[in-house]
Design a protein around this ligand. Structure first.
Ligand SMILES: NC(=O)c1ccc[n+]([C@@H]2O[C@H](COP(=O)([O-])OP(=O)(O)OC[C@H]3O[C@@H](n4cnc5c(N)ncnc54)[C@H](OP(=O)(O)O)[C@@H]3O)[C@@H](O)[C@H]2O)c1
Length: 260
């Protein structure tokens, strides 16, 4: 087997994803936005998905384009099979390929199990877990055809450790971790890797809602005593996508030490 030359190893960071198309679900804000910008900075063409927030999605697209990148908005609700599958088709119709899929869209509907309704449960499972199945299964044929794919599922430390008031969310993220391992097993032969990024508490709209006093308690629980920045999560995703050719079925915890 031939080894890489120095010039191959030293591909500039900005070129690593040149010619690749990356779809990031839920890329209008927070972690998805940061991943979209990070992948664009490495040369990827970025399909920015959002459910409804077209203004924020347009800001992400404009930021990419003003830095010389290529990006387009694809609005669609990935919590429904129909919405997710037509999203994948629309991206494919425009770019004729999807090399990187980041299943990032997610929501919380926190309540103790005694108060949790069927709706709270189903909405979170549909958005955080079923969406990943819909998008991945729809994107697979074009990845298999090209013998290349990088799938990142954005889970959470809550899917590993559990968290009070988050039975629905923990189940969705734990399911995502198990789902990723099966993808890794089944798809390795097509040069498609599947990995999990498991963030800890991260400074986004999702954590903005947490009352101040609760947030202080949370910070005390985190060995690094602060939330992650979305950009810190994005760097780990970019590492797996750009440099993780032989990494599959793994979880990278970017959590300040809250779960080891
Ligand atoms: N923040 C944290 O502390 C933290 C920690 C661990 C894991 N995570 C995970 O990281 C991911 C991103 O979280 P975040 O904090 O960045 O969230 P966020 O700031 O609330 O952003 C959520 C994103 O998901 C999109 N979205 C929600 N439902 C959707 C649907 N049905 N179809 C398409 N897009 C949908 C939203 O689109 P619109 O703007 O159109 O609504 C938005 O772009 C989630 O999976 C979350 O569970 C977050």
């Amino acid at each position: 087997m031939a080894t890489a030359t120095l010039s191959e190893v030293m591909i500039p960071r900005s070129k690593a994803l040149a010619g690749r198309v990356a779809l990031i679900t839920g890329a209008s804000r927070g972690i998805g936005r940061a991943i979209a910008l990070e992948l664009a900075s490495r040369g990827a063409t970025v399909a920015v998905n959002c459910r409804s927030n077209l203004v924020r999605a347009a800001e992400v697209r404009d930021e990419i384009e003003s830095a010389g990148g290529t990006s387009e908005i694809f609005q669609g609700d990935v919590s429904e099979g129909l919405g997710a599958r037509s999203l994948i088709k629309e991206v494919f119709d425009v770019y004729e390929r999807i090399d990187v899929l980041v299943n990032n869209a997610g929501i919380t509907r926190d309540k103790s199990i005694r108060k949790m309704t069927d709706g709270d449960w189903t909405e979170v499972i549909d958005t955080n877990l079923n969406s990943a199945f819909y998008c991945t299964s729809a994107a697979l044929p074009c990845m298999i055809e090209r013998n290349f794919g990088r799938i990142i599922n954005v889970a959470s430390f809550v899917g590993q450790a559990g968290n009070f008031g988050q039975a629905n969310y923990a189940a969705s993220k734990g399911g995502l971790i198990a789902f990723t391992k099966v993808l890794a097993l089944e798809l390795a032969k097509y040069n498609i890797t599947a990995n999990v990024i498991a963030p800890g508490f991260t400074a986004t709209d999702m954590t903005e809602r947490i009352p101040l006093e609760v947030m202080e308690q949370i910070k005390q629980r985190i060995p690094m005593h602060r939330l992650a920045l979305p950009e810190e999560i994005a760097k780990a995703a970019a590492f797996l996508i750009c440099d993780g050719d032989y990494i599959t079925g793994q979880q990278i915890n970017v959590n300040g030490g809250i779960y080891m």
